[in-house]
Design a protein around this ligand. Structure first.
Ligand SMILES: NC(=O)c1ccc[n+]([C@@H]2O[C@H](COP(=O)([O-])OP(=O)(O)OC[C@H]3O[C@@H](n4cnc5c(N)ncnc54)[C@H](O)[C@@H]3O)[C@@H](O)[C@H]2O)c1
Length: 659
């Protein structure tokens, strides 16, 4: 959809930020509120924010230029006239929203898309009074809209595919990550999962299991920027209570069970905004004593509750596992979501934890959902539930792109070469999902007779900055198994009967360096920086690096590189014999290099030569020499040998067939 005019109704906390996002994206914005004082305040906040963005170089234009695209009005009629899109952001009250949306429809053109930024209320409910319900859609930004990448796009029961598709396209152009919520449900994805968390943290206080400070100190020790109770105070207890009241009406009365929120609300202890909530905010951010950290609220409890809600959403066909993972990660600002945590837990661990929590808190919401009860957690998080509605749901325009975002390894065949591309934001860090992707890619290429050479490369500026250390591990054994998984996966690069080439650039660190060392040949751009930072982090290279590096460069250099964590340049790596070629434009030149190898190398001979070199370093030399003779004997009977010799005699290029 071409840029044009957008109307934002409600210029409060969210509305002013949404207006700013659209104005930065080149849209003309009509910002509407009931009183000019709210509009003036909104413009002031937008101006301040844009000035900051300009000073950081985050926007291309002058702040004043961007502000000029925003007009303000107190008339909904004026705001929506000629608007292509409307985003309603008035307070979270069903009646008020329905009335505002009705007025929007009355004044807008019949083509205008009508969006609501509601946090919880079903879009179908909000649109039920409209004449044309195909144009109403949830456009749920997260706070602050300028910073938060995620926007949930919620399809009401009657919303058309073209409405959803257009909104997804607009959001992408604004640089946002749009996750489509395919089935309208209260709270959509992130807030629905968060609702169960809110119930849990509320009941912990009701039952005096641990104080807010004890839980928050523990949360911070686990790397959270804010503990859960501090965050509740920050968001506002009134907002939490209103959401819980709504969920108690539409999801389960149990959401209204928690007394603590009601008590704080009745005493006007709404958190930061009133100076007191769980904490005293009168002197600024509360001081949380880290020595108070308790393990009486173990992380597995919270994770199991979130996994349970995520599986419910999958069962209901609200979203796919990948979409849920992306939404929670981006919406809650976490390094991992419930799906990746579930991958490191067994069905019985999650099930038993949920049964215990359900008994302890007397809450059905925490009971394991039926897939987990039936031992099908794995099927659910891998999108393999036989009758999953998510699999049956219609495809919308956004779906194919989202599938790609979930897959961290992209494989493509080009003639005799296969290109494996590591694709993960933030320098292609490697997690369990990427290891699975690499393993599957190699398995599918293993017996593919058309492919002679495999080129491994990274998307973006780096090859790979190494293992994703923020992945969740509960025990040393799990971490050990993660190490073994990486080692097993990388071993495949040296065992696969194809020539493997790594194209290095940017960061080639830790696990990324180990992946490169597992390949048969490494080529590089000039800007690549290689190294093993593990020892400086309290780790060791555990995906084969400590073994392979010494075999490639000798123990003395391996000692230096691993024990100091020093990074080396491509030129230094070439002088150590690690890099075969340095290219100016490694992305295109590495591919041409592989095509050249594939066009002139006899595949069976290459496969045997590779094995002789790798295994030859592990056996006494007389055994290696014997292996060499056997290999020569095997090659004697191949068609490729006959073709190679006759092409040589006839002075033509050999046409090998891998036989
Ligand atoms: N605050 C958050 O963190 C957050 C995050 C995501 C979504 N949301 C949702 O966004 C919506 C707005 O929340 P908020 O935090 O910006 O609220 P807010 O109270 O800060 O702002 C709402 C604005 O709407 C204006 N308003 C009220 N009635 C109006 C009318 N009839 N016409 C025009 N303007 C009117 C108010 O004067 C106010 O300025 C809610 O649905 C909320 O659930 C909030």
């Amino acid at each position: 959809m071409q840029k044009g005019k957008v109307a934002v109704i409600g210029a409060g906390e969210m509305g002013h930020g949404i207006a700013e996002v659209f104005a930065i994206g080149g849209w003309n914005v009509a910002l509407c509120d009931v009183d000019r004082k709210y509009l003036e305040n909104a413009l002031k906040r937008i101006g301040e924010s844009l000035t900051k963005l300009q000073s950081k170089g985050s926007i291309k234009e002058e702040a004043a230029e961007v502000v000029r695209r925003i007009e303000t009005t107190t008339s909904i009629g004026d705001a929506v006239r000629q608007a292509k899109l409307v985003v309603e952001a008035v307070p979270e009250k069903e009646e008020l929203k329905t009335q505002v949306l009705g007025e929007v429809e009355k004044n807008a053109s019949p083509e205008t898309i009508i969006g609501s930024n509601t946090s919880n209320i079903r879009i179908t409910t909000l649109g039920s009074h409209l004449t044309d319900r195909t144009r109403i859609v949830g456009i749920h930004f997260f706070n602050p809209p300028v910073v938060m990448k995620l926007v949930e796009v919620v399809k009401g029961d009657e919303t058309s595919e073209s409405t959803v598709g257009s909104v997804v396209e607009i959001l992408r152009e604004l640089g946002k990550t749009a996750v489509v919520v395919r089935k309208d449900t209260p709270g959509f994805i992130v807030n629905r999962i968060n609702a169960a968390d809110l119930l849990f943290f509320g009941l912990i206080q009701d039952m005096k299991i641990a104080t807010p400070e004890e839980v928050d100190a523990f949360g911070r020790s686990q790397g959270l920027p804010m503990g859960p109770y501090e965050l509740l105070d920050f968001v506002g207890i009134d907002i939490v209570k209103n959401s819980m009241d709504y969920y108690s009406k539409v999801l389960s009365p149990e959401y209204g069970k928690c007394r603590t929120y009601d008590e704080l609300y009745s005493k006007n202890m709404l958190g930061k905004k009133t100076g007191r909530g769980f904490y005293d905010w009168s002197k600024g951010r509360p001081n949380i004593d880290s020595s108070k950290a308790t393990d009486r609220v173990p992380l597995i409890d919270l994770f199991s509750i979130e996994i349970n809600e995520a599986v419910k959403l999958i069962e209901e066909g609200v979203a796919s596992p990948e979409e849920i993972e992306t939404a929670v990660r981006l919406g809650m600002n976490r390094p991992f979501g419930p799906i990746s945590v579930a991958k490191s837990l067994s069905n019985s661990e999650v099930k038993e934890t949920l049964e215990r929590l359900s008994r302890q808190f007397q809450v059905e919401v925490f009971k394991p959902t039926h897939s987990i009860s039936e031992g099908k957690l794995r099927e659910a998080i891998e999108g393999r539930l036989a009758e999953s509605k998510s699999q049956k749901s219609e495809t919308v325009e956004a779906k194919s792109e989202m599938g790609k975002a979930g897959g961290k390894v992209l494989t493509e065949k080009k003639g005799k070469i296969a290109l494996i591309t590591l694709s993960n934001p933030k320098h292609n860090t490697i997690d369990a999902e990427m290891l699975d992707g690499l393993s599957e890619a190699l398995d599918s290429l293993w017996n593919d007779r058309d492919v002679y050479v495999i080129l491994v490369r990274g998307q973006g500026e780096s090859f790979s900055a190494g293992a994703q250390l923020s992945s969740y591990f509960r025990t040393a054994t799990e971490f050990l198994e993660f190490a073994r998984k990486g080692e097993r996966t990388f071993r495949k690069f040296s065992e696969i009967p194809k020539i493997t080439v790594a194209a290095l650039k940017g960061y080639v660190l830790g696990g990324g360096f180990e992946l490169a060392l597992s390949c048969d040949i490494r080529v590089s751009s000039e800007d690549a920086r290689m190294g093993f930072p593990e020892v400086t982090l309290g780790l060791v290279p555990a995906w084969g690096g400590s073994q392979r590096l010494a075999r490639h460069v000798g123990t003395s250099r391996a000692m230096h590189l691993i024990l100091t964590g020093e990074r080396i340049t491509a030129t230094e790596a070439q002088s150590y014999g690690l890099i075969s070629k340095i290219f100016k434009d490694v992305d295109s030149e590495a591919q041409a290099y592989c095509e050249d190898i594939a066009s002139k190398t006899a595949p069976v001979a290459a496969m045997l030569a590779k094995r002789l070199i790798i295994k030859g370093t592990e056996v006494p030399s007389d055994v290696g020499l014997e292996m060499e003779s056997f290999a020569a004997g095997i090659l004697f009977g191949t068609e490729d040998l006959k073709e190679g010799v006759s092409a040589f005699m006839q002075k033509r290029k050999a046409e090998y067939r891998g036989r």
